[in-house]
Write a protein that binds this ligand. Structure first.
Ligand SMILES: [Zn+2]
Length: 252
């Protein structure tokens, strides 16, 4: 499950959400039409023990440093200076989240684990949020750009594991494929319905399909990872509209 997304200035309708993200409905629809990149199968997993929280946090840092060396110092800082709770009270905090503002100068992450291969992605997702906060502390970012950072981190960890000789690779890649197909399938359908009906009340899930598409376009397929653009997503200086135009014109 993804974390609870708390916008600093919640939009109440799809029009407000588009404005908040500096996107047009047309850009959003074009983005949703991008063909999904190649994904591994989602079939049955072998039972593989999942590493504990600190090991997964270190794994996310390692995979991201390998893939985005220009962010190495920010990744190191995120790895060592984030307050991460891997066993929060499940009654009060059942879902993972990263606070949007640092507490006493530290980024705070709540990240309950399930003991399954999903954990590697859950941890990668929250690491992505924490890294972005460390790269552009104090700057309010549009929610789609926040989710894009988290999904890029998931994609980087799944992609890096796929290249390693580890039993974790196969189940994590399958879990990644399932999450991606959910965002680009049923969740994207909800966003399309909202785009067609401007009075639909705000729903956090709208952030996922565009963010997933951008993260996929930046990290998957036969083109090399566009590290400069991915780094600009973490630094918060990527413009969503410009990013969508670039990725969509590229796909044509
Ligand atoms: Zn998130």
């Amino acid at each position: 499950m993804r974390g609870t997304e708390v916008s600093s200035k919640p939009a109440s309708t799809i029009a407000g959400w588009l404005q908040l993200n500096e996107l047009t409905a047309g850009q959003c629809e074009t983005l949703l039409k991008l063909a999904p990149r190649s994904l591994p199968g989602t079939g049955q997993d072998r039972q593989v023990p999942s590493p504990d929280g600190p090991a997964l946090w270190a794994l996310a840092a390692d995979c991201l440093s390998e893939t985005l060396p220009e962010l190495a110092s920010d990744i190191l800082r995120t790895a060592s200076q984030t307050r991460v709770d891997f066993a929060p009270d499940p009654r009060n905090y059942p879902r993972p989240f990263t606070l949007h503002m640092p507490v006493d100068g530290q980024v705070y992450v709540s990240c309950p684990l399930a003991g399954t291969p999903w954990d590697a992605l859950t941890v990668a997702h929250e690491f992505g949020h924490a890294l972005q906060l460390n790269c552009c502390s104090g700057v309010q970012l549009p929610p789609v750009l926040r989710e894009t950072a988290a999904f890029v981190a998931e994609a980087v960890v799944a992609g890096a594991l796929a290249l390693r000789d580890t039993p974790l690779a196969d189940p994590v890649c399958r879990a990644y494929a399932r999450r991606t197909l959910t965002d680009l399938g049923p969740i994207a359908k909800r966003l399309r319905a909202a785009l067609a009906c401007p009075d639909t009340p705000y729903d956090d899930c709208w952030n996922y399909p565009p963010a997933r598409q951008i993260a996929q376009a930046l990290t998957q397929g036969d083109r090399p990872l566009r590290t400069g653009i991915a780094a600009s997503v973490f630094r918060g200086d990527a413009q969503l509209g410009a990013l969508v135009s670039l990725l969509c014109s590229d796909a044509e």
